[in-house]
Design a protein around this ligand. Structure first.
Ligand code: SF4
Length: 204
């Protein structure tokens, strides 16, 4: 066995497996998440995530992002692969944000600003978790990647370090998962109503 010594003067943390996550760390993550518009973070067991084949229909039919982004299908893992990947994780964090954006169905600058903010917030929390020893931390982000005004797909991604799949691209039934967690969400029928958005960070 090889033992690595930490260099004097540099702080190190052990890599973490199956240790759960402390309330204190959740609070620190939430403080940072608040800066990006996140309102709540809930730890939960990955087994509660509902993966369903029908979710890919919503991507394939009726979404303008299909085949136009590195973070959406078909560039992302298919349903079987997504199931297999989720099976390699045990713990997850549900990230919840609230948005009020009446023109969310249009490609406005405001919508993009919100999306970029939330996207960067999720990646920032994933990075913080990695530095806490959660080396498998991986984000499934809400919405679609808006880091570029127009995605470079199928040419090389301009910000590969921040490229992550969307939660829907992993065939995750978000509403079914919320129900599995004993909560739910509602449809905002009026465009002026606030609505929730959800992301997940996978951990072990
Ligand atoms: S960073 Fe830009 S090129 Fe890369 S997936 Fe996002 S929008 Fe596309």
């Amino acid at each position: 066995m090889i033992a690595f010594k930490s260099i004097e003067g540099f702080e190190t943390v052990p890599f973490r497996n199956n240790e759960g996550i402390s309330h204190e760390l959740i609070q620190r993550l939430l403080e940072r998440g608040n800066e990006y518009g996140l309102g709540a973070i809930f730890p939960f067991c990955v087994e509660k995530i509902v993966v369903a084949d029908w979710v890919s229909l919503k991507c394939r039919y009726g979404c303008s992002k299909y085949g136009t982004s590195w973070c959406c299908p078909p560039a992302t893992p298919d349903t079987d692969k997504a199931r297999a990947i989720l099976g390699e994780y045990s713990l997850a964090l549900l990230l919840v944000g609230v948005q009020r954006c009446a023109d969310f169905h249009l490609n406005t600058a405001k919508k993009r600003t919100n999306q970029v903010r939330y996207w960067k917030g999720t990646i920032s929390l994933e990075r913080q978790l990695f530095l806490e020893g959660y080396y498998k931390a991986f984000s499934l982000v809400s919405g679609s990647c808006a880091l570029c005004k127009e995605c470079a797909y199928p040419k090389a991604c301009r910000f590969p370090m921040e490229k992550r799949p969307t939660i829907e691209s992993f065939s995750i039934d978000v509403i079914g998962t919320l129900q599995n967690l004993g909560t739910t969400s509602k449809v905002a029928k009026d465009r002026r109503n606030a609505f929730n958005y959800y992301g997940v960070i996978l951990l072990e």
